[in-house]
Design a protein around this ligand. Structure first.
Ligand code: GDP
Ligand code: IMO
Ligand code: MG
Length: 424
């Protein structure tokens, strides 16, 4: 399951809803920058590392090698679930290959994010994601979950802290790192997490050989993909469909179906171009109606119209077979709604998503305006119940993105979901 915009497409809701059809749910990239919300009745769960399958008993949840993991945040999540009678000891496993986020990564994120890139700050979640992935690819200063309990861990910390302290000072940071305190803190986390840490690649391949079914839960959205997104205003992993295999260790031959998730409009948190952004009272109305404030950082999300150019691009890039359109209820009070069907760039109409951020900054969206439906849809459970204006809007989205709509979400709760005939 892949987010097709800039994240927060309500992947958590949909993963939770579909989990009962699967044996395993796998998170395979990103880390605590993700914030996935699941609403069940009067209970709201916010998950950062733990797969959104965790609320379905009997399903195994895997944190695969491609995730970068902050043990303190993960333990808080586990404690939060345990306090609500959700025990993870039997159904959560963490790869010993997953890289660990350390205090120096958080410090580096703070310093580098303060500086502008291409004229603007990236506006990261400050969770140390970029610095941790950088160390993973550079290799010499990286530590994985499987290293935490091995002899030599203290010596590694000492070596890395010395280098990081110099690097941070060079960046103008006064942050001081205490070897002993970090060693003691992370050894404690390692001891507590040890029962859950294991080899997960063979575990997943064995499950597939035994006929089990796996659901892969993407974090972020495809427009934030490090290689194919709006670089440099992206995250540091492959958050489009192309990241599933690399992050999980499951080869492409096992991928049967890719579900794409998009909001009925668009949001973005942090910096970077956003052609359909509404910097006016309509944008504020969408923010208020959709409660568009970040699950992880609480930041106000930037809001705008649905961008069919962008979603057609990410749908193809991720190999999506069918769409789930979320938050349809949020548009229900607007007198008219717009869809961006193409861009204008240098006097020409273009239908492809530009690869360079400067071109994306210069495009002007070409809109089609449709009448609103101004009807409360939150209690509707069948496509045929939706007002004709809403159906026309969804049909146009489907036509422009060139994929069928399998699911429509009309509210945060599990029950507020409409499955197209034949889709489940
Ligand atoms: P994720 O990161 O993709 O899992 O999405 P987030 O959890 O960050 O943000 C989605 C927000 O929208 C959450 O607060 C959900 O509870 C909420 N939500 C999910 N589906 C719907 C919907 O159809 N309508 C409304 N109004 N809210 C929804
Ligand atoms: P979920 O999984 C929305 C954004 C940040 C910033 C950029 C880089 O909940 O959809 P990072 O901390 O990853 O280096 O930040 O990516 N970002 C997200 N935006 N939803 C997310 O996750 C995000 N994870 C990162 O706001 O613009
Ligand atoms: Mg989110």
């Amino acid at each position: 399951m892949i987010g097709l915009q800039w994240g927060d497409e309500a992947k958590g809701k949909l993963v939770d809803l579909m989990t009962s059809q699967f044996d395993y749910v796998v998170r395979y990239q990103g880390g605590s920058n993700a914030g996935h919300t699941v609403v069940i009745g009067d209970q709201t769960y916010k998950l950062h590392h733990i797969p959104s399958g965790i609320l379905n008993p009997g399903v195994m949840n895997i944190i695969a090698p491609g995730v970068v993991l902050n043990p303190a945040t993960l333990l808080q999540e586990i404690e939060g679930l345990t306090a609500r009678q959700i025990d993870v000891t039997e159904n959560l496993r963490i790869s010993d290959r997953a890289h660990v986020v350390f205090p120096w990564h958080l410090a580096e994120d703070r310093v580098t994010n303060a500086a502008a890139v291409a004229g603007e700050s990236i506006g990261t979640t400050l969770r140390g994601i970029g610095p941790c992935y950088r160390d993973k690819y550079a290799r010499s200063h990286a530590i994985r979950m499987g290293d935490l309990c091995r002899s030599g861990f203290r010596a590694r910390i000492e070596e890395i802290v010395a280098a990081k302290q110099r690097a941070l000072a060079g960046l103008g940071s006064t942050e001081s790192l205490d070897v002993e305190a970090i060693y003691t803190e992370f050894s404690g986390y390692a001891e507590r997490l040890q029962p859950l840490v294991t080899e997960t690649t063979d575990l997943l391949l064995d499950a597939l050989d035994a006929g089990k079914s796996l659901l892969f839960e993407g974090a972020q959205g495809a427009l934030l993909d490090i290689d194919h997104g709006t670089f440099p205003f992206v995250t540091s992993s492959n958050s489009s469909g192309v990241g599933v295999c690399g992050g999980s260790g499951v080869p492409p031959c096992w991928i049967r179906r890719v579900l794409g998730v998009a909001k009925a409009y668009t949001t973005r948190v942090g910096g970077g171009p956003f052609p359909t952004e509404l910097d006016d009272e309509v944008g504020q109305r969408i923010r208020d109606l959709g409660n568009e404030y970040g699950t992880t950082t609480g930041r106000a999300r930037r809001c705008g119209w649905f961008d069919a150019v962008a979603v057609r691009y990410t749908t193809r890039l991720s190999g999506v077979s069918g769409l789930s359109i979320m938050m349809l209820d949020v548009l229900s009070q607007l007198p008219e709604v717009k869809i961006c069907v193409a861009y204008q760039l240098d006097g020409k109409r273009i239908e492809r998503f530009p690869s360079h951020v400067e071109d994306l900054r210069r495009v002007t969206p070409i809109y089609e305006t449709l009448p609103g439906w101004e009807t409360d849809v939150t209690q509707m459970r069948r496509m045929s119940e939706l007002p004709s204006g809403a159906r026309r809007y969804l049909d146009r989205v489907s036509e422009l993105v060139r994929r069928p709509i399998d699911v429509v979400s009309v509210g945060p709760d599990r029950a507020q979901t409409i499955f197209a005939d034949g889709a489940s």
